[in-house]
Design a protein around this ligand. Structure first.
Ligand SMILES: Nc1ncnc2c1ncn2[C@@H]1O[C@H](COP(=O)(O)OP(=O)(O)OP(=O)(O)O)[C@@H](O)[C@H]1O
Length: 317
């Protein structure tokens, strides 16, 4: 369990993390979502005692990182820039880490096996692909068999196979009862990976909920219908106050559930060929909930920048 209470970090005049409070439950994968520069890495660094809060606190199992008796046995982390000596083998790197943290050398082969690196354990880490390096970073995070795992942008730059592996692996760690907290600015990736979401923008909390709630709250729930008798159904939908929009081959209805539409169809003896609730994407939800509170439109603006006067496009960092 991770808890942040009014967590704040200022760098000179810049407020990177602004009065942030949230909690992260065990046994679940929680996504930490926000655009570039939102304050995700800074928050994670404070969780790991690598940066001191200007105000507030963040605790792991009720303790600040500096109060933990066995930090590596409590929390493991994969940060963006995890350093490995390029000429050291994967096994030697982990053995060195285990030794300096008083962890049994037996654990090294265990974690190599868990992340699927046993066969290349004696190869130099400098020759590893990005996916293998990420696995090595995860093996290092698992050395102390910690209850809490933090991953900062773990899928950045990975190929689809690597992304899938990380996604399944995080789920497995959560299924073992661990707390898995993973940051990303990739909304679609988080929709597939995380069951819970903590969303921040400009250092502030935007939302904390399940991923499902986040999407449902932000996007208009609509239902797509197709029927050979739309002319008979339309007036019935109007009467219950639903909003109806013509689609290619049917209607998109908002303001009435699929249950209600099905009942109306039956009452009016209308045959339905399709009755499909449409779910909004996480991207839509994110844009709708965060609105102008975050600097999220940079990518779009950058695309437009070529056609606009110099200096118009903003950057996030
Ligand atoms: N050491 C520092 N000194 C000054 N400003 C910093 C420092 N570290 C971070 N910042 C600023 O704090 C803000 C939050 O940065 P942070 O790296 O935590 O965001 P992020 O959400 O992790 O972004 P990204 O997805 O780009 O990594 C940014 O505006 C950043 O420029």
């Amino acid at each position: 369990m991770i808890e942040a209470h009014s967590l704040t970090k200022r760098y000179g005049g810049k407020v990177a993390v602004d009065d942030l409070s949230f909690s992260v439950k065990s046994g679940r994968v929680t996504g930490f979502l926000g655009p570039n520069g939102a304050g995700k890495s800074t928050t994670m660094r404070m969780m790991l005692g690598l940066d001191n809060p200007t105000g507030g606190s963040v605790t792991i199992g009720g303790k600040r990182y500096t109060e933990l008796h066995h930090p590596l046995r409590t929390v493991g982390a994969l940060l963006e820039a995890s350093w490995v000596h390029p000429n050291r083998s994967a096994r030697a790197h982990l053995a060195w880490m285990a030794k300096s943290n008083k962890i049994s050398p037996k654990r090294v082969d265990e974690v190599l096996d868990i992340v699927g690196l046993s066969e290349v354990a004696s190869k130099r880490a400098g020759g590893f692909s990005l996916g293998m390096s990420q696995r090595l970073g995860i093996a290092a995070a698992l050395l102390g068999d910690p209850e809490v795992l933090l991953f900062d942008e773990p899928v950045n730059g990975l190929d689809p196979e690597g992304i899938l592996w990380i996604r399944k692996f995080m789920q497995r760690l959560a299924d073992e009862g661990r707390t898995v907290f993973v940051s990303s600015h990739l909304l679609s990736e988080m929709a597939l990976t995380a069951t819970d979401l903590v969303v921040i923008g400009k250092g502030k909390l935007v939302s904390q909920s399940t991923t499902e709630e986040f999407v449902a709250r932000a996007t208009d729930s609509t239902v797509k219908i197709r029927s050979p008798h739309l002319d008979r159904l339309r007036p019935a939908l109007d009467r219950v106050g639903a909003t109806v929009t013509a689609a290619d081959d049917g209607l998109i209805v908002s303001g009435a559930s699929s249950d209600k539409i099905g009942e109306l169809a039956m009452e009016n003896q209308v045959t339905l060929h399709e009755l499909a609730p449409q779910q909004g994407s996480l991207e839509q939800a994110f844009m709708q909930i965060t609105g102008d509170s975050v600097e999220y439109h940079a990518d779009l603006e950058t695309e437009d920048a070529a056609e606009q006067p110099a200096g118009h496009a903003s950057t996030t960092n």
